[in-house]
Structure formats: C-alpha cells, structure tokens
Design a protein around this ligand. Sequence first.
Ligand SMILES: C[S@@+](CC[C@H](N)C(=O)[O-])C[C@H]1O[C@@H](n2cnc3c(N)ncnc32)[C@H](O)[C@@H]1O
Length: 239
Amino acid sequence: MVELKGPEKRRYVADLFSRISRRYDLMNTLMTFGMDRRWRKTAARQAMEGLEGPVLDVATGTGDLALALGRVVGVTEVVGMDLLNPMVSRAISKVARAPGPAPVTFMVGDALSLPFPDDSFACVTSAFSLRNLPDLEAALREMVRVTRPGGRVLSLETMPVDKGMSRPLVRFHFRRIVPLLGALITFDRAAYTYLPQSVDRFLSPAGLADLFRAVGLETVQHQSLALGAVHIHWGTKAP
Ligand SMILES: C[S@@+](CC[C@H](N)C(=O)[O-])C[C@H]1O[C@@H](n2cnc3c(N)ncnc32)[C@H](O)[C@@H]1O
C-alpha cells in the first residue's frame, strides 16, 4: 500500500473498518492472545488517575476502552465517538449487555472536528486509532482543545519495535501471523496486512511523546507493554 494521507486515507480507513467491523473484536482477542482487555483496563485507570469528570474516547470503534473507562472511579460519564456507524452500532449493543457504574453513550463523529466546546472533558483518550487518522497532529490538537485545563490526553497505541530481542518476534507476529489470521477469520487479508504497515509507518514512542509536547501537553509520560509493541502515552493540558 502506498502511504495515504488526508481524504484518501480517510476513505481507505473507513472502507477497511466497515468491512471488518463484524469480526473486529474476535480478531483483537486472537491476535493479542486476549491481552488487549488488560491493556485497555490499565489505560483506563491511568487516564483518570487523580481526575474526576466526563471522558471522551475518540475513534472508539466497538467501544471497549469507553466501557473500561465507565468502570473507573472518578468517571462521571463517557462519550465514545467513531467515524463509522457499523462500529458504533456494535458499541451500543455492548452497553445494553454490560452497563457500568458511569453512563456510557456512543455517537458518530470525526476525530478531526470534534463536536464539543473547548475544555469539555476531564480526559480524552484514543486506543489503537491515532495511526489510522488522516491528520495525526490536527486530531491531537482537537483532543487537547476539548480537554479541560489540568485534564489529560491519553493514547494506547501499537508502535514499531526498533531494537531489542523482542523485535524479530514482534515483526514475525505482525507480518506473518496477523495477516494469516485476518484471512482466516475475516476473509480480508488486505485489512490485516494494512495493520502491520500502519504500525511500521507510525511514530516511535519518543516521536509520539514529542508530538504530545508540540500540541501543548505537559508532563508527558509513557509506559511500554507487550514486549514494547504497545505503548500508553499521556500528558496534561496546562492548567
Ligand atoms: C483500530 S480501530 C480502534 C477502535 C477502538 N478504539 C479500539 O480500541 O478497538 C480504529 C478506529 O478508528 C476509527 N476512525 C478512523 N478514522 C476516524 C476519524 N477520522 N474519526 C473518528 N474515528 C475514526 C475507525 O472507524 C475505527 O473504528
């Protein structure tokens, strides 16, 4: 796949996630050996540490991070927003089955133009989505805009492993196992070939931390998970 940007990438990504929405959750469980649940739980707790108030989960997909956030102390309300109806419909059906302590609602919307006033949320999150957005910096600026001063922006994301002993193992998993699983489970090898390509083309953990600072976040930190293939980044909007 040639590297796409802007409206072309938006169309490509929308078409891809519409195609795989039905088997999206099953593929996540299989290709992460069920660990994605734990990563989301860790991210949700980190997102709200020391904070209280409403949370926005951008590009929420089938809503798993939004639902995990709904179970965290201090969260008063969660809004999960995604570009695509098929993903949002799946998220809505999950809330009905597993209501949490905080109300969780889902809506369709574009990460590049969040339909909320400035300073609306105590925390704004995004999981496995920044890689897929047509303009990463613009999306992060939007996330910061709708975060309250003193609030937090958090990303949970798959990233390239550039060095270390885990590199060959992680690369083999992404480049061989994931496309094969995708072909078997979703009959869509192309979608799960895009995934490792999008990871390879994404920023390094240090690069994303720099971008967090460039869009105005302070005290930026990150935590590495899954042999360095998954990272949680968070930063605070200046009070
Ligand atoms: C890999 S999925 C991640 C979904 C979910 N956050 C998760 O943790 O499983 C990427 C999601 O980004 C959404 N997406 C892509 N471009 C978007 C945009 N411009 N605005 C909002 N959502 C977008 C897709 O529809 C898809 O649901």
